[in-house]
Design a protein around this ligand. Structure first.
Ligand SMILES: NC(=O)c1ccc[n+]([C@@H]2O[C@H](COP(=O)([O-])OP(=O)(O)OC[C@H]3O[C@@H](n4cnc5c(N)ncnc54)[C@H](O)[C@@H]3O)[C@@H](O)[C@H]2O)c1
Length: 393
C-alpha cells in the first residue's frame, strides 16, 4: 500500500468516526428534548386519532375533560393563559399521559389572535372544545367589558382560526345563565334566552355568533348549556381549585368547603322566603364527571352542517339548605350557617329539562347523589389545602 492510499483510508475512517459521533450526539440531544417525538405527532392528522384542542384545559372543567379525552385515547392540546387555571392540573395530566403525541400544553392568551393563529397553523386539530372563559356572574356585573372581551371576542378569535385552518368541529361551553329568569320550569332548550347579567349575555352572544357562522360553513357544532357544576374526579387526581383572590365571587361548593376547612367562618345563605319548599333558592347541580361524559358524546355525535344545543343538568332542583346539609354530611363538619335577606338578582328556582340530550345523545346524569359528589370533591379538597399550590408552576 502506498502512502497516499494509506492516508486516504485514515481520512475516510476519521470522517466516518466524526459522522458517527455527531449522529450519536444529535440523537442524544434530540431524545432529551421534551417535545422530540411529540412535536412530530401534533402537526399532522393521523388516521384513527382525533386531536382535540382543549381551551381552558388548566381550569376546573377543562382539566377533567382533558383527562377523560386522554383516557379515551384522544390526542389533546391544552391552551391556557393560567389566568384562572392551574399548571398543577396540567402536570397531573402530563404525569398520567407521558407518552409522546398524547398531550401538549401551550401557554397562550386567546385574546392574542396572532398567537392563536400560529397555534392553529402549527397543529393539526380535528376538533375544538372551547372551555376557556371568565365565569363568575357577580364579577361580570362589576367588569362587563372584561367578560365581553374574554368570552365573546375570544370566541370570534377561535372561530376565525378554525375557519382559516379548516377545523370543522366545535363543542362550546355555554350556560344556563343564557336563559335569565324564565317564567316556566323546567328549562328546555327552547325556553327563550333572556340573560340578565353580562356573563349570560356574553355567552348568548357567543352562541349567536357560532350559530350564524355555522350557517355559512359545513361546521359541526355542539353547544352545551351547563347548569351548576360540582364534584371532581372520582379517582382523586383532579379537583376544583379557583385562585384564592376569586373566593369572594365563588360558587356554593367552594364556599362550603372553605367553611368546612375554617378558611371562612361559616356560610351566609341569602334569602329564606322564596317560593320554594324550604324558602331557599333551588338549583340544578351537575357532577363534572357526567358533564365531561356529555362532551365526549357531543364530540362523537357532532355532524357536519348541524348545530346541536343541549341542556346538561340532572333535571332535579336542590335547595340551598339541602345542599348545605349534604355538604355538612360529606365533610363531617358542622358548618356554621347564617341566614340573611335575599341578594338582589337571585331567582328562586332554576332546573333543567335534560330530556333532549337523553333522547338524542343517550346521556343521563349518573352522579345525582349530591352528598356522594360532595364527598368525592371533599376528599381532594382535604388533601389539597392549597389547591395545586402556586398556580403558575
Ligand atoms: N363551573 C360552572 O359551574 C360552569 C357552569 C356553566 C358554564 N361553565 C363554563 O365552563 C367553562 C369552564 O369553566 P370552569 O368552571 O372550568 O372555569 P375555570 O376558571 O376553572 O377555567 C377556565 C380556564 O380558562 C382559562 N382562560 C380564561 N381566559 C383565558 C384566555 N383569555 N386565554 C387562555 N385561557 C384562558 C383560565 O386560565 C382557566 O384555566 C367556562 O366557559 C364557563 O363559562 C361553567
Amino acid at each position: 500500500m502506498d502512502i497516499v492510499s494509506a492516508n486516504r483510508k485514515r481520512n475516510f475512517a476519521g470522517r466516518i468516526l466524526v459522522a458517527s459521533v455527531l449522529t450519536a450526539v444529535f440523537i442524544f440531544m434530540f431524545s432529551l428534548s421534551p417535545d422530540s417525538n411529540s412535536t412530530k405527532a401534533f402537526p399532522r392528522h393521523e388516521p384513527g386519532v382525533t386531536h382535540v384542542l382543549v381551551t381552558g384545559g388548566a381550569g376546573y372543567i377543562g382539566s377533567h375533560a382533558a383527562l377523560r379525552l386522554l383516557k379515551d385515547s384522544y390526542r389533546v392540546t391544552i391552551v391556557d393563559n393560567l389566568s384562572r387555571g392551574n399548571m398543577g392540573a396540567v402536570k397531573v395530566l402530563q404525569e398520567l399521559f407521558p407518552q409522546p403525541g398524547q398531550l401538549q400544553f401551550i401557554y397562550a392568551d386567546l385574546g392574542d389572535a396572532k398567537a392563536v393563529n400560529k397555534i392553529f397553523a402549527e397543529n393539526a386539530f380535528d376538533a375544538v372544545m372551547h372551555f376557556a372563559a371568565v365565569a363568575y356572574v357577580g364579577e361580570s356585573t362589576l367588569e362587563p367589558l372584561r367578560y365581553y372581551h374574554n368570552i365573546t371576542s375570544n370566541t370570534l378569535v377561535i372561530l376565525e382560526a378554525m375557519a382559516a385552518h379548516k377545523v370543522k368541529t366545535l363543542i362550546y361551553s355555554s350556560t344556563c345563565a343564557t336563559y335569565g329568569e324564565p317564567d316556566k320550569m323546567p328549562i328546555t332548550e327552547s325556553t327563550p334566552q333572556k340573560p340578565i347579567n353580562p356573563y349570560g349575555k356574553a355567552k348568548k352572544m357567543s352562541e349567536d355568533i357560532i350559530i350564524d357562522f355555522s350557517k355559512t360553513t359545513n361546521m359541526a357544532v355542539m353547544i352545551l348549556r351547563y347548569f351548576n357544576v360540582i364534584g371532581s374526579d372520582p379517582e382523586g387526581r383532579l379537583g376544583e381549585a379557583p385562585h384564592p383572590e376569586l373566593r369572594e365571587h365563588g360558587r356554593i361548593s367552594g364556599a362550603c368547603f372553605d367553611a368546612a376547612r375554617g378558611i371562612i367562618p361559616g356560610l351566609k345563605i341569602r334569602g329564606t322566603d322564596y317560593n320554594t319548599a324550604d324558602g331557599t333558592c333551588v338549583r340544578d347541580y351537575i357532577d363534572v364527571t357526567d358533564l365531561v361524559d356529555a362532551h365526549v358524546l357531543a364530540l362523537a355525535n357532532a355532524k357536519p352542517g348541524k348545530v346541536g344545543i343541549y341542556n346538561v343538568g340532572t333535571g332535579k332542583g336542590r335547595s340551598v339548605k339541602e345542599f348545605v346539609e349534604a355538604c355538612k354530611k360529606a365533610t363531617g363538619v358542622n358548618i356554621k350557617v347564617e341566614y340573611l335577606s335575599r341578594r338582589p338578582g337571585d331567582y328562586a328556582e332554576v332546573y333543567s329539562d335534560p330530556s333532549k340530550i337523553r333522547d338524542e345523545l343517550n346521556w343521563t346524569a349518573r352522579f345525582t347523589y349530591l352528598q356522594g359528589s360532595l364527598q368525592i370533591a371533599w376528599r381532594w379538597q382535604k388533601t389539597h389545602i392549597n389547591g395545586y399550590g402556586s398556580h403558575n408552576n
